[in-house]
Design a protein around this ligand. Structure first.
Ligand code: SAM
Ligand code: SF4
Ligand code: FES
Length: 330
C-alpha cells in the first residue's frame, strides 16, 4: 500500500471490520493457525535513558530498582524451557552493569537450553551487537517508537533518531531476526506519521513488529497526556500484517492492559505471537513501564496455563517450534 491508502484506512472507522478480517485471513494464509509463545524475562528495570513516556526512565525516583543476576536469570530460563517455551526474550532498561562480557556469558548459557534467544536491551554499538550475535543470540527487538523525527527527538531527550535507525540496520546486516514497532497515541502523533511507520517497517524488511498503545504513567512528564486508542493501535497492527504478510506479530501486553480481551482480539486481527512473563512475581510490579500491567501477581505456571486456554478457545494451537520468520528457518 502507498502512504495515501494507509492514511485513508487509518482515518476511516467504517473500514475497521473489513481490515481486521482481512488481516486475520492474511495471517492464516501466510503463517498459519499456530501461535508462538515467547517467554519474557524482564531482568533489570535500571535504565540510563529518559524516554518521556516510560516509567523506568532514570529520573523516576519512585520505582524500586532491581537487577536479576546470571544464576537467578538462568533458573527462570530453565523453568520456562520446562514449561515448553521454545523462545526466550531477555528485556531490560539500558543498564550498563550488563557489559558485553556479562551479556555474552548469559547468552552462551541460555543457548545451551536449545531455545531461540531474543534480546531487547536497547541501543548498542555495531561491535556489541556483533558480539551478541557471535555468542548465539538469534533475534533483537528495538522499536523505532515513531518515525516522526521531530516527535522522536521530543520524546527522547539526549537521543538521536539517526542512531535508532542505525541500530536497526546494523542488526539486520548482522543477520539478527530484527524486530521493531511503534507506540500509538503519543502526544501530537499524526495519522500520517503512523502511515510512515508502516512504510518504514516495510523498508527495513522487519522480521517482527510489535505495536503498543501508549499508556500514560504518573511519574513521567506525559502523566496528563491522553492514552492511546486501542482500536487505532489494532489498525496499525492489522495494516502491518497486510503489508508484511509473513512476519511475526505479537498480541502485545499493552493491548490487553487497555482491553481485557485485547490479546485475543489482536490474535484474530493479524497477530500470531504472545509473550507471557516467565519471571517470579517479585519483579513484575517493579517493571512498571506503564500502570495497570497485566499478570503482575501471576506465577509463570499460571500464565502458561491461562494463555494456552485462551488460545485454544479461539480454535488456534500452540506451536512446538522455535517460530522463526517463515522461510528463514534456522
Ligand atoms: N529499554 C529497551 C528499549 O527501550 O528498547 C527495552 C525495554 S522498553 C520498556 C520496551 C518498550 O516499552 C519500548 O520499546 C516502548 O515502546 C514500550 N513502552 C515504554 N513506556 C510505555 C508506555 N508508557 N506505554 C506503552 N508502551 C511503553
Ligand atoms: Fe529505558 Fe526502554 Fe524505558 Fe526508554 S523505553 S526509559 S530505554 S526502559
Ligand atoms: Fe498471565 Fe493470563 S497470561 S494470567
Amino acid at each position: 500500500m502507498n502512504k495515501q491508502e494507509l492514511i485513508d484506512i487509518l482515518s476511516d472507522i467504517t473500514k475497521n471490520d473489513w481490515l481486521f478480517k482481512e488481516a486475520d485471513r492474511v495471517r492464516h494464509e501466510n503463517v498459519g493457525d499456530e501461535v508462538h509463545l515467547r517467554g519474557l524475562i524482564e531482568f533489570s528495570n535500571i535504565c540510563k535513558r529518559q524516554c518521556k513516556y516510560c516509567g523506568l526512565r532514570s529520573p523516576n525516583k519512585d520505582v524500586e530498582r532491581y537487577r536479576i543476576l546470571k544464576d537467578e536469570l538462568l533458573l527462570y530460563a530453565k523453568n520456562a524451557v520446562n514449561l515448553g517455551y521454545k523462545t526466550l526474550v531477555l528485556q531490560s532498561g539500558e543498564d550498563d552493569y550488563y557489559d558485553t562480557d556479562k551479556m555474552v556469558e548469559i547468552i552462551r548459557e541460555i543457548k545451551k537450553f536449545d531455545v531461540a534467544l531474543t534480546l531487547s536491551i536497547g541501543e548498542k554499538t555495531y561491535d556489541e551487537y556483533k558480539a551478541f550475535k557471535d555468542a548465539g543470540a538469534d533475534r533483537y527487538l528495538l522499536r523505532i517508537e515513531t518515525t516522526d523525527q521531530n516527535l522522536y527527538e521530543k520524546m527522547h531527550p539526549n537521543a538521536s533518531f539517526e542512531n535508532r535507525q542505525r541500530c536497526l540496520y546494523d542488526l539486520k546486516s548482522l543477520g539478527f531476526e530484527t524486530g521493531s514497532g511503534c507506540l500509538v497515541g503519543l502526544p501530537n502523533q499524526t495519522v500520517e506519521s503512523l502511515a510512515d511507520d508502516i512504510l518504514f517497517f516495510k523498508e527495513l524488511n522487519a522480521d517482527m513488529i510489535g505495536i503498543g498503545p501508549f499508556i500514560p504513567h504518573a511519574q513521567t512528564p506525559l502523566k496528563d497526556a491522553q492514552k492511546g486508542d486501542f482500536w487505532l493501535a489494532l489498525k496499525v497492527m492489522a495494516l502491518t500484517r497486510l503489508n508484511l504478510p509473513d512476519i511475526n506479530i505479537p498480541a502485545t501486553t499493552a493491548m490487553e492492559t487497555l482491553n481485557p480481551n485485547g490479546r485475543l482480539i489482536a490474535l484474530q486481527s493479524g497477530a500470531n505471537v504472545v509473550m507471557p512473563n516467565v519471571t517470579s512475581t517479585e519483579y513484575r510490579a517493579k517493571y512498571e513501564i506503564y500502570p495497570g500491567k497485566i499478570c503482575i501477581n501471576d506465577a509463570p505456571e499460571k500464565c502458561r496455563g491461562c494463555i494456552e486456554a485462551k488460545i485454544k478457545s479461539i480454535g488456534r494451537t500452540i506451536s512446538k517450534e522455535k517460530g522463526f520468520r517463515t522461510g528463514s528457518q534456522k
